[in-house]
Design a protein around this ligand. Structure first.
Ligand SMILES: [Zn+2]
Length: 206
């Protein structure tokens, strides 16, 4: 019975895959998912292998792991590692989340997922497949649909397509101001982003 890395799966508001707010603000897309996690332990969802642990200026302490089903994850901003490289079993404690690296202003878990062919996919899609189905926690958020690139507003667990990009811009601006998580997840400004080129060790895929 697979589990999520954390005891609670909660997407940071505006921290989802191909996030339209980050994109409009920094002109860079977000190909990972940020989960709310303040210095909490992360456990293995399935059996797998830790393939790499490394430091990147932007993401701080990264872990790279591959699960037995061939899907792999890169997770960063960690405060601690609890396992050495090599195999682990489902349920093993792998890391503690944190706030390391420069591209964060508050503890959270930045998570990227690749399918067995290496293609970057939405982590939420993966977890929605292996865990009990439930609506993604994007309530009252704008999300970008990865199938056709259109935008939708999530209300009552349902997606309503947004047809007017102008309205979207106003909405995302208002939403940015009214973000309850801003106490501990602050936005990194664009100049800071651009100081960190995409390299193997600063791998936030764009
Ligand atoms: Zn992130």
């Amino acid at each position: 019975m697979a589990r999520f890395f954390l005891d609670k799966r909660q997407v940071v508001k505006n921290g989802g895959f191909m996030d339209p707010v980050y994109y409009s603000y920094w002109h860079r897309q977000h190909y990972g998912t940020d989960y709310v996690a303040r210095f909490v332990d992360g456990y293995a969802p399935k059996d797998g292998t830790i393939t790499r642990k490394y430091w990147g200026d932007a993401g701080g302490n990264w872990i790279e792991l591959r699960l037995i089903d061939g899907y792999s994850f890169r997770i960063c901003h960690l405060s601690k590692y609890h396992r050495s490289l090599g195999t682990f079993r489902e349920g093993d404690r792998l890391f503690t989340t944190g706030n390391t690296g420069k591209l964060t202003a508050g503890p959270h878990m930045h998570t990227q997922c690749n399918d067995p062919s290496g293609k970057i996919i939405d982590c939420e899609k993966y977890f929605n497949q292996i865990l009990t189905q439930r609506p993604m926690e994007y309530e009252n958020n704008v999300i970008r649909l990865i199938d056709d690139g259109s935008y939708a507003y999530v209300k009552g667990g349902k997606k309503q397509l947004i047809k007017d990009p102008g309205a979207l811009a106003v909405f995302t601006f208002l939403q940015r101001i009214d973000n309850p998580i801003k106490e501990f997840i602050k936005n990194v400004d664009r100049a800071t982003w651009e100081k960190y080129p995409i390299t193997e060790n600063n791998f936030f895929p764009q």
